[in-house]
Design a protein. Structure first.
Length: 251
């Protein structure tokens, strides 16, 4: 497998879902991603799931004739299945897949353009890229540093990154709009605390623990999150803590 320099994909470990795969956010994200993206999967036979540690959010992509999982962290792979490899040097032939999914992966990749070019390369002509990324650089906090992020995105920023790789954007929307006020408040508090501790170094962690969420609150957040699902069936959301995008490789 291709070795990857340590500074190209930031972080020491993998997704928090390795430790907690039933967290409310993952359950809601699965529904939102499926609502936005499933119509573009069509009759795809070959699917590549990049960053497959976040499998709790993309179970709806399984069941295809060929479903390949890839993760930089072997803990994100099912034992005996999948490929331990890098998004910056995908170990697959050009045009090998009908669909490539990369959910909360691109923000970990530097150079960004190399990752997008690799996603495009392994897509067949007419194939679709399914992508999600965290939103808004103003929301940058110690959580991003600990998770090994390089950047956060706006919709135009995500579109520009994908179009620079030669892909045609078919749909782009925010997600998690209903829970956005709580997200924004939490991130502003984090930023304020970080400013107070300006002398304290923050480093990438192995697996970052998710904020503890009592079950009654998790039910409320889940209910709010699923309001997005009803709207996304009909239209895009203008704001939210994630950006979700689908693009097509020209024929």
């Amino acid at each position: 497998m291709t070795a990857v320099p340590a500074d190209t994909e930031r972080g020491k470990g993998g997704s928090a879902s390795i430790g907690v795969d039933d967290y409310w956010w993952y359950r809601v994200r699965a529904r939102l991603l499926e609502t936005i993206l499933r119509p573009y999967v069509g009759d795809a036979d070959t699917v590549l799931d990049v960053g497959s540690a976040d499998g709790p959010s993309v179970g709806w992509l399984r069941g295809r004739r060929t479903h390949v999982t890839l993760d930089l962290d072997p803990r994100g792979l099912t034992v005996g299945e999948g490929v331990n490899g890098s998004a910056l040097a995908l170990p697959f032939a050009t045009g090998a897949f009908d669909v490539v999914g990369a959910f909360d992966v691109l923000e970990h990749c530097e150079p960004e353009g190399v990752a997008v070019a690799e996603f495009a390369r392994v897509l067949r002509p007419g194939g679709r890229l399914l992508l999600s990324v965290p939103a808004y650089q103003w929301a940058w906090s110690d959580f991003d540093v600990q998770n090994g992020h390089h950047r956060r995105y706006t919709r135009p920023r995500a579109v520009a990154a994908v179009e620079a790789g030669g892909l045609e954007v078919l749909r782009v929307s925010h997600a998690f709009a209903s829970t956005f006020p709580l997200f924004a408040a939490e991130r502003l508090v984090r930023r304020a605390k970080l400013a107070v501790r300006s002398g304290d170094a923050v480093e990438a962690a192995d697996i970052v623990p998710l904020p503890p969420t009592p079950e009654p609150l998790a039910r409320v957040l889940t209910g709010l999150g699923l309001l997005d699902e009803r709207i996304l069936r009909r239209r895009d959301l203008p704001f939210g803590s994630s950006v979700v995008l689908v693009a097509r490789k020209p024929v």
